[in-house]
Design a protein around this ligand. Structure first.
Ligand SMILES: NC(=O)c1ccc[n+]([C@@H]2O[C@H](COP(=O)([O-])OP(=O)(O)OC[C@H]3O[C@@H](n4cnc5c(N)ncnc54)[C@H](OP(=O)(O)O)[C@@H]3O)[C@@H](O)[C@H]2O)c1
Length: 276
């Protein structure tokens, strides 16, 4: 049995899709089962912050696809209890959706999760993913629709990766027992001037990159959802890009996929209707 957490999210849902039709039964762990419409043999109610959901969730599970919900940053309090329950229930392999740089930055929650898993006596696979192309069809969709990319990334480049490619590797790790740590990036690093140019060339309207200051960005994000900690996390991510630290391109994904990872232009063409 494979358990997929975050099964309604960007990568978790794609992992369920990739696992469909394999010989491995899949249990999707979601907070609201009625909101899950992906493929899975079983759907179970699960919340990292609700220990009463753990027993049924992890019962009979061999392998776990682990997604840390973005709003849960207190690892010891919010993530470790569920992981301890999973290991206690006999889970043997954890495939963790981590973030690129987690091995060099002990401050990110992903590093603390990796560290806990290292000592947990389970097989591990760490998918240290770069920034998802899908952020432009989710978090920044409205901006692309309005023709203005409003992120404080300066002229720094980002090695955007298609979350679907990450999911292909995740599914392979789960079904083939692939272990180890991988830095998963797309095939190229693009700054947001280039991103806006590709979007403009593909869509029926122009998209400008306005490169706001950090203060203007924080203020606008705060006005959108009144969530200062989310705005601060986003500001940190774009500052990393602004400082030129988000552009590293690796061969790991190409090697694992046996083909070139999806490039941003292809992604844009395939998702064109999301921004029309
Ligand atoms: N976005 C990126 O570019 C990127 C790149 C590299 C790594 N990552 C990492 O990938 C992870 C996922 O990020 P994302 O932005 O892609 O998220 P996402 O697609 O929004 O997925 C988050 C998932 O977590 C679930 N969830 C939320 N709270 C939960 C809880 N208390 N218990 C159980 N499930 C819960 C959500 O389900 P509901 O339907 O219940 O809300 C959703 O399925 C994060 O750790 C992030 O740091 C992201």
């Amino acid at each position: 049995m494979i358990l997929v957490t975050g099964a309604t999210g960007t990568v978790g849902s794609a992992v369920c899709t990739e696992l469909e039709g394999t010989e491995h039964p899949v249990r999707a762990a979601v907070r609201s089962p009625d909101r899950f419409d992906g493929p899975a043999e079983e759907v179970i109610e699960f919340d990292f912050t609700d220990p009463t959901t753990y027993r049924e969730t992890f019962d009979g599970v061999d392998s776990l696809f682990l997604v840390r919900p973005p709003q849960l940053s207190r690892v010891r309090r919010d993530i470790v209890p569920a992981l301890a329950a999973a290991v206690g229930a006999g889970v043997e392999h954890v495939v963790f959706l981590s973030v690129i740089g987690a091995d060099r930055n002990p401050m990110v929650p992903h590093a603390r999760i990796e560290s806990w898993l290292d000592d947990a006596g389970v097989e591990t696979t760490y998918l240290r993913a770069s920034f998802f192309m899908q952020n432009l069809t989710t978090v920044h969709r409205e901006e692309v629709l309005d023709g203005e990319l409003f992120v404080p990334a300066g002229d720094g480049a980002t090695s955007f990766v298609d979350a679907r490619d990450v999911a292909v590797v995740g599914a392979r790790a789960l079904t083939e027992g692939l272990t180890g740590a991988y830095d998963l990036t797309g095939p190229e690093a693009l700054d947001y001037h280039a991103v806006a140019a590709i979007l403009s060339a593909t869509l029926d309207h122009d998209v400008r990159y306005t490169n706001p200051s950090l203060v203007r960005f924080l203020w606008r994000r705060y006005r959108i959802d009144r969530n200062p900690s989310k705005a601060a996390v986003m500001a940190g991510i774009y500052t990393t890009a602004r400082l030129g630290l988000a552009g590293r391109v690796t061969d790991d994904l190409k090697t694992l996929l046996g083909r070139a990872p999806t490039d941003f232009e292809t992604f844009t063409r395939e998702h064109r209707e999301m921004w029309q």
